[in-house]
Design a protein around this ligand. Structure first.
Ligand code: ZN
Length: 75
């Protein structure tokens, strides 16, 4: 599982997953992925758990974010 967090809100602390790697979404810092924390409108990094980090090292570049934890910019 992956989670989005801005620089200020930092590394997420998971109840099940341990987040081990911070990645930049495509287009960062001008990406449309926002930090999902309340009242936050900063562009987010994507944090990967151990499984996703292994997949990232193997070349995977698409990751799922859990429901209700996503905010995006639109135009
Ligand atoms: Zn934030």
């Amino acid at each position: 599982m992956a989670l989005a967090r801005c620089e200020m809100h930092g590394k997420p602390v998971g109840q099940v997953s341990r987040f081990v790697q911070r990645t930049e979404p495509l287009g960062y810092p001008d990406s449309a992925i926002l930090c999902p924390r309340a009242q936050c409108v900063h562009t987010a990094f994507v944090w990967l758990d151990e499984d996703d980090a292994r997949n990232y090292a193997g070349g995977q570049r698409d990751f799922e974010l859990p429901h209700n934890t996503e905010k995006v910019w639109v135009q």
